[in-house]
Design a protein around this ligand. Structure first.
Ligand code: GLA
Length: 383
């Protein structure tokens, strides 16, 4: 987490004196397993992580909001009555504006003032930096409203992204950031929007996040393409089985799909749904070896059947697999670059990062980054 002291200095540089202020932290997320299931009505198993966006907010009784991003060295200014586009230069500011518009449409009062934000979450790398800023802005604007209604927080943040930014994402990321809990993963039923927590106790193993640092071009169009392929696969299955969402289809029903491509997309979805529920059981039973196995299987399915992995992610997984102390690894998030996770023997973590890092650099001509993360609470005010 970025230190508050650091943000205070930035605040003073941008806005002058600082006396009373509010501080907030909004985490990123890792998905342990259950990829591309949220928009198919399945289960997912994410958790909020201790990398995220930290903010200082000094509310004023005006209708103008200034938000300064230290990472982009940019100031975004908006009149809360008009919500005009103002000086949007980068994506981050369009997420801010999108959230304000959703709040306005729900008639939730907003607060003017000065905000400074800084992130230690790698941006646009598959750890949900966009959902982190969405949840942060909504929460800071109306902490009393969203603290007691975290489901609305997740839904409004997702609406901001879908309706205002135009990415047809599911709800997993925003939900994980709204409902994160220290030391726990969240088994989320994306259809009913209900969850249960399970302690993420990996015993002698450490969860390692590996960043491909591969630019995620085309990700939005590929994502939307997968979504519509799933809709078409569902239509075919519905001729045999009356299910409303693809993740609920029986494995056998997938066999009716004639089109090869749609068959493989659907196969990923129904088998991944089974793997998520098995992973939840494995965690509850402390069977980390079994969990690791499910991670390998998930990656293979995402690569071969769903085709969202790509060379950079596959390279990381290939070398993770070769390393003896690693018992499971897979890509996490939408794919097409971004991050992967690995479960590694605690005593071998440094060797693992050195080995995979070197091999990756030689093969891909690019450096990978490694982070050791842990599950934390969802977006909240820092006391
Ligand atoms: C992105 C989306 C999520 C989810 C994942 C894939 O992170 O924002 O809604 O669909 O991809 O599991």
């Amino acid at each position: 987490m970025i230190s508050i002291e650091c943000l205070k200095v930035i605040y003073q540089r941008q806005f002058g004196d600082l006396e009373d202020f509010e501080a907030y932290f909004s985490p990123g997320r890792v998905n342990l397993i259950g990829e591309h299931l949220d928009y198919n009505g399945g289960h997912v198993l994410p958790f909020a992580i201790d990398l995220g966006i930290t903010a200082i907010f000094v509310p004023h009784s005006t209708n103008v909001l200034h938000v300064f991003s230290e990472d982009f060295n940019e100031m975004f200014q908006v009149n809360l009555d008009l919500l005009n586009h103002g000086n949007i230069i980068s994506n981050w500011a369009s997420f801010v504006l999108a959230c304000l518009k959703i709040m306005k449409s729900r008639r939730i009062p907003m607060r003017g003032g000065n905000i400074v934000i800084q992130s230690d979450l790698p941006i646009a790398s598959g750890l949900s930096s966009s959902a982190a800023i969405e949840c942060l802005i909504l929460y800071m604007m109306a902490p009393e409203v969203y603290d007691r209604d975290r489901l609305s927080l997740a839904i409004d943040a997702q609406r901001a992204e879908v309706e205002e930014v135009g990415v047809k994402c599911g709800i997993m990321d925003q939900y994980a950031i709204a409902f994160g809990k220290e030391n726990c993963a969240i088994l989320l039923n994306c259809l009913q929007l209900k969850h249960e927590y399970v302690p993420l106790d990996l015993k002698d193993y450490q969860l390692v996040v590996m960043n491909t640092n591969f630019p995620r071009n085309l990700i939005d169009s590929k994502y939307n393409e997968r979504k519509s392929e799933c809709e078409r696969a569902l239509q075919e299955i519905q001729s045999l089985e009356p299910v409303s969402h693809l993740a609920q289809a029986h494995v056998i029903s997938v066999g009716v799909i004639e089109d090869d491509l749609l068959y493989y997309r659907a196969k990923h979805v129904v088998t991944e749904e089974q793997r998520v529920l098995a992973a939840f059981d494995a965690l509850n039973l402390g069977r980390i070896d079994y969990l690791g196995n499910l991670l390998w299987q998930s990656h293979q399915s995402l690569d071969e059947d769903y085709e969202v992995a790509g060379d950079a992610l596959n390279c990381l997984i290939h070398y993770a697999h070769k390393f003896r102390g690693c018992i499971g690894a897979r890509m996490t998030g939408a794919g097409f670059g971004g991050c992967a996770i690995a479960i590694v023997d605690k005593s071998l973590v440094n060797r693992f990062c050195t080995y995979v890092g070197r091999k990756y650099e030689t093969d891909q001509n690019r450096k990978a980054d490694f982070y050791l993360v842990k599950p934390v609470d969802g977006v909240s005010r820092i006391k």
